[in-house]
Design a protein around this ligand. Structure first.
Ligand code: ZN
Ligand code: ZN
Length: 123
């Protein structure tokens, strides 16, 4: 696995993807929107350029959040996969937890620390 070929997929294996570049950012988001959407206290993400991201297997379900962003998840097992905003048309966020090697992509920045749950420790 080279850092310029990132692969991942959902829990059940119905959806697989890859990104053909190193991440632009590696973050850990504490916002209430991510928390509810994913069902976790915080959500780690890597960000890549949309042109370099491809679904290789399966078709994820897509929905628009009330903040105007698009989230995808596996329609079979529910794994949260990606996040896109029209205001950042060249970027897509991928859940670090859906990567095949999440250990290689530690977050380097906390997003929305002001929305962090009090029992979650920041970086
Ligand atoms: Zn799945
Ligand atoms: Zn968030």
């Amino acid at each position: 696995m080279t850092p310029t070929s990132i692969t991942g997929g959902c829990y059940c294996g119905a959806v697989r993807f890859h990104a053909a570049q190193a991440p632009l950012y590696q973050t850990n988001c504490h916002c209430a929107n991510c928390r509810r959407a994913v069902g976790a206290q915080s959500v780690a993400w890597i960000t890549v350029n949309r042109a370099n991201f491809h679904f290789d297997k399966g078709t994820p379900q897509r929905y628009c959040t009330d903040t105007g962003a698009w989230r995808t998840f596996c329609p079979r097992c529910g794994t949260s996969l990606t996040y896109e905003r029209d205001t950042l048309p060249d970027e897509i966020d991928i859940t670090t937890g859906s990567l095949d090697h999440p250990e290689d992509f530690p977050p380097t920045k906390d997003f929305y620390p002001e929305e962090k749950l009090p029992w979650v420790h920041p970086l």
